[in-house]
Design a protein around this ligand. Structure first.
Ligand code: KIV
Ligand code: ZN
Length: 540
């Protein structure tokens, strides 16, 4: 049986696999903000990125390793293909963290070997020990993944895993890369690995899985029953294609049904000891932060973090819940940190009240960031009577999107109505502070704003999605706008909130355009699509 830490380790890959979602690219400040929140959430490992992809990815992993991974904090991990150049770069990026991990991988399925890598099984069996031991010569903590394990020949998989462990891998990860397997098959595969790999007791077994058939969470729970003790997951289930297994669903599944899962950990079924180290009351906040910064809107009926997850609509249900919550509720919303929107601050609140509330919400802002947040707060308080926690969260997430901005929005003015042609006037400043103004006519005020912005920024793009929702209730609520646009074949998203939805739309559009421009300046590799030649080991 594989090593058992006595509970499930949560390996969060929101910043690596999650960031591979179309349109979800994040800047350095945003990655740092998410990593800090993941540390507050209590995940065991943060996969912070793929350092070899680009200079930007490298710097983000390095910053997270410097600022987020403490002695008592999460392990900071980077992804590396089974190549010495990738592994070296990964090592350099994660090295500032006291607890650091290199996660290296190579595909093991025949379909990947033949069509993607153009390598034989024999090649893989010689690359794995060379690369795992190289990684192990740099750090103590090495994870090895057999990409597309779920479609690999199990006998070959056993051989590769045995070799990886013998070369020093302490964690063996079994990915269902294409989301193909079913729960009982996955459980059986994990059990067969446990029974057929002679040195499996020297490693922790981990699983990674995609949601192409909507089975990722169910697959993982079956894997846990068969000895998997690390789950690779993402906040809101974001990730490549249909996404990854959702962290919040796994954690809450293991919590709510712990009496069912406890015996698989050798515990009494009524043991109260948690099965993960996640602080469940941080889940809602983490979900909102990730959604705001990635522009990946959470569907209302999404388990645990969707807007309707705790809403009872039918009269019969409402009546039952009023008599006894347990009639229709298996999770109390407070457990995942969903509070009534506390009306906390207003126009007369001072800086220290804002700072104190921000700290209570878990935002530890630097002096400059607090100054900026306070200015935004004052501006909002002039337009909106009660400032809620959600408003403060919107202010913070707005702020972290700005630092690398190429274009700054200086003025938005629209005229529209049933007898007017919707017209927008926009002033934009470039990175040197030079301003330009133009006007455009559109089918509506938002269309007019986008046309004016397009003619000023002159960055070819196509608007793919525009969505507005209110942050809180009430006529003076802030409207949150998410925009997704396509430029040079890739998706980019932007998000913004304001009491004026037209202003929010203009800012969200600018945020998306800024991302598009920033990504044009770098050439970034994809860990799974871009092939690698196995470089020889650097000579000593
Ligand atoms: O889906 C996958 O196989 C991966 C690996 C790189 C772990 O993301
Ligand atoms: Zn993946």
């Amino acid at each position: 049986m594989a090593k058992d830490p006595g509970r499930v380790l949560i390996f969060d890959t929101t910043l690596r696999d999650g960031e591979q979602s179309p349109g979800a690219s994040l800047n350095l400040e945003e990655k740092l903000a998410i990593a800090q929140q993941l540390a507050r959430l209590g995940v065991d490992v943060i996969e912070a990125g793929f350092p070899f992809a680009s200079q930007g990815d490298f710097l983000a992993v390095q910053k997270i390793a410097e600022q987020v991974g403490g002695e008592d904090g999460p392990t900071i991990c980077g992804l590396a293909r089974a190549s010495s150049a990738d592994i070296k770069s990964c090592y350099e990026a994660v090295s500032p963290a006291p607890k650091r991990r290199i996660h290296t991988f190579i595909a093991t399925s025949d379909i990947h070997l033949e069509h993607k890598l153009r390598k034989s099984r024999k090649d893989v069996l010689s690359i794995v020990p060379e690369m795992v031991s190289y990684a192990r010569s740099l750090v103590d903590d090495v994870e090895f993944s057999c990409e597309d394990a779920a479609r690999s020949d199990p006998e070959f998989l056993f051989e590769v895993i045995q070799v990886a462990i013998a070369s020093g891998a302490g964690t063996i990860n079994i990915p269902d890369t294409v989301g193909y397997i079913t729960p009982s098959e996955f459980g059986e595969l994990i059990s067969r690995i446990n029974n057929n790999v002679p040195n499996i007791d020297e490693a922790i077994l981990s699983v990674h899985g995609h949601n192409d058939l909507g089975l990722a969470v169910a697959n993982f729970l079956e894997a846990v029953k068969n000895g998997a003790r690390q789950l690779e997951c993402t906040i809101n289930g974001i990730g490549e294609r249909a996404g990854n297994a959702a962290l919040e669903e796994l954690v809450m599944g293991l919590h709510v049904r712990r009496s069912y899962f406890n015996p698989f950990f050798g515990r009494d079924s009524d043991s109260p000891t948690p099965l993960t180290a996640v602080r469940m009351d941080e889940i809602t906040k983490t979900s909102r932060l990730v959604s705001n910064l990635t522009g990946m809107v959470v569907q209302p009926n999404k388990a645990i973090v969707g807007a309707n997850a705790f809403a009872h609509e039918s009269g019969i249900h409402q009546d039952g819940v009023l008599k006894n919550r347990l009639t229709y509720e298996i999770v109390d919303a407070k457990t995942v940190g969903l509070r009534d929107n506390r009306i906390s601050l207003g126009k007369l609140s001072g800086r220290s009240a804002v700072r104190a509330r921000m700290e209570e919400l878990g935002y530890d802002l630097s002096r400059e960031d607090l100054n900026e947040a306070f200015a935004r707060f004052k501006d909002l308080a002039d337009r909106k009577r009660d400032i809620t926690d959600r408003d403060l969260e919107a202010i913070v997430s707005e702020q972290v999107q700005q630092p690398e901005a190429r274009y700054q929005l200086r003025l938005v003015q629209v005229s529209c109505g049933n007898t007017l042609r919707p017209t927008a006037t926009i002033t934009l400043a470039n990175q040197y502070g030079q301003e330009e103004t133009t006007s455009a006519v559109g089918t509506g005020p938002v269309d007019a704003v986008c046309r004016a912005l397009d003619s000023l920024a002159a960055v070819p793009n196509e608007l793919i999605e525009f969505s507005v929702k209110s942050v809180t209730e009430g006529i003076d609520a802030m409207g949150e706008v998410t925009i997704r646009l396509r430029g040079e074949g890739k998706l980019y998203s932007g998000h913004s909130a304001d009491t004026d939805v037209v202003v929010a739309a203009a800012q969200a559009y600018i945020n998306a355009l800024n991302r598009l421009v920033a990504s044009q300046a770098v050439c970034s590799l994809h860990p799974q699509r871009d092939n690698v030649d196995v470089h020889p080991l650097p000579s000593l």
